[in-house]
Design a protein around this ligand. Structure first.
Ligand code: 8OZ
Length: 438
């Protein structure tokens, strides 16, 4: 039996597919370009970074390229070689040891790449041979994008097979599930939109045809994982990576409706452009078309996220920039504690600086802080409800687990700078500007 007399907030447990989350605070996928070379292999430092953030209801990893041809940035950890699977296994072990849950994001960048990042200097692939405006982020700095090669229809089954194999690799690496990256101007999004898809085969033209590849990829991934362990990320308003569509509302309503029967764990919706540009779009209607758990992302802070969850506009909320700077974001939100400020100069590439050295609150800091009212009230009322009900044992266990999860660890390495002050910046890490360091 569930309590109905308490308002839903970010600390109300939720089920996404077959996964039980202790809270509704999700760590958004964040590209950090710190995989080991050669081979784009996850390293112990990556395991430390994710393990520090294990109190999130769910971690969604940075995008993991599904094949050699899926890479578009230096230092992004793949999920297509045995060494990468072994590296990710260390990441999932570390997160699970800290009590967390972690999904891998399956990523193919399509045309947002450069021959210097691809095997044998190959041309990037795309639905159509349309060169994106802008520059690629390469090992030699920013370089003009090239005109990609349009995938032949007969190549599509092998592409879908690469997603299937990558999904299988994610299982072998110990993940709890996967998210298919259908957002932000990468390959699957390039197929969805008429600005990048000018095909005349069954993967182009009508909205139904443009949605076909996403749908077939999701089917292949669900065959490996079961739909209740698969999420999909979309970004209806995104213009980043030179994206456009003549009718985003109609397109994404179709996408949501087409995904609905699969019974996915969640639909993860980037509700604004990567650069924060907003345009009119009816996200409630999108949610209605999908019908399953809805994860909101884009510019949320605690106040807006709480309001969205309380009003039933979102089931959970993914936070980007705040998670870069605050490994203990859940505990800070629970206590209304100040947030560390993210250092944009260390977002993409580098070492532990700006990666694993953001401090969590210490026990002393916590002791000086006011009582985490919402959390304490929630735990108290759960414990007393548990005493008088048949399902009391499980409720009491959940309260104990929640208390254990909110016990604060100190993760400040010796000599790390303290950056605790109120965070003025909105959520959602923007991708590298043309001058970004890497
Ligand atoms: C920032 C930098 C590079 C890639 C996305 C995977 O926008 C990304 C990304 C973000 O989804």
């Amino acid at each position: 039996m569930r309590r109905t007399d308490m308002a839903t907030d970010l600390f109300t447990p939720i089920r996404l597919g077959s996964l039980a989350l202790p809270n509704r605070i999700v760590m958004a996928p964040l590209t950090r370009n710190r995989a080991g070379q050669p081979g784009n292999v996850p390293q112990p430092i990556n395991a430390t970074y994710y393990a520090q953030r294990a109190t999130a209801g769910l971690i969604i990893t940075e995008g993991a390229p599904i094949s050699e041809m899926a890479h578009g940035y230096p230092g992004t950890p793949g999920i297509h070689s045995p060494a990468q699977v072994a590296g990710w296994q260390k990441v999932t072990d570390a997160v699970h040891a800290n009590g967390g849950r972690i999904f891998l994001q399956l990523w193919h960048v399509g045309r947002i790449s450069h021959p210097s990042l691809l095997p044998d200097d190959a041309l990037p692939v795309a639905p159509s041979a349309i060169r994106p405006a802008g520059k690629a982020f390469t090992h030699r700095g920013m370089m003009d994008f090239v005109t990609p090669r349009a995938l032949e229809t007969w190549e599509i089954p092998a592409l879908i097979e690469s997603f299937r194999v990558a999904a299988h690799n994610a299982r072998r690496a110990g993940f709890d599930g996967v998210e298919v990256h259908g957002a932000n101007g990468y390959l699957l999004d390039q197929f969805l939109r008429d600005g990048t898809n000018r095909r005349t085969d069954r993967y182009g033209g009508t909205i139904a045809n443009r949605t076909r590849l996403l749908h077939e990829v999701v089917e292949a991934v669900c065959a490996v994982w079961g739909a209740d362990r698969v999420g999909v990320r979309i970004s209806p308003l995104n213009q980043y990576n030179d994206m456009r569509d003549s009718s985003p509302q109609a397109l994404f309503h179709h996408v949501a409706t087409a995904l609905r029967p699969s019974g996915l764990a969640f639909l993860h919706v980037m509700e604004r452009d990567v650069h924060g540009r907003e345009s009119p779009f009816d996200f409630r209607e999108l949610r209605r078309h999908f019908g399953g758990p809805y994860m909101a992302n884009g510019g949320y802070d605690k106040r807006r996220a709480t309001a969205a969850v309380a009003a039933g506009r979102a089931d959970c909320v993914a936070f980007g920039t705040s998670y870069i700077a605050n490994p203990d974001l859940v505990e800070r939100y629970a206590r209304d504690a100040p947030l560390n400020v993210a250092d944009r100069g260390t977002f993409y590439g580098g070492d532990e600086q700006g990666y694993t050295d953001y401090p969590a609150l210490t026990g002393d800091q916590l002791a000086r802080m006011r009582t985490p009212s919402a959390l304490t009230t929630r735990l108290r009322s759960r414990a007393s409800a548990a005493a008088g009900r048949d399902s009391g044992l499980e409720e009491a266990r959940e309260a104990a687990r929640m208390r254990a999860r909110t016990r604060i660890r100190t993760c400040t390495p010796p000599g790390a700078r303290s950056r605790s002050r109120p965070c003025p910046s909105p959520e959602g890490a923007a991708p590298p500007a043309p001058c970004a360091s890497a």
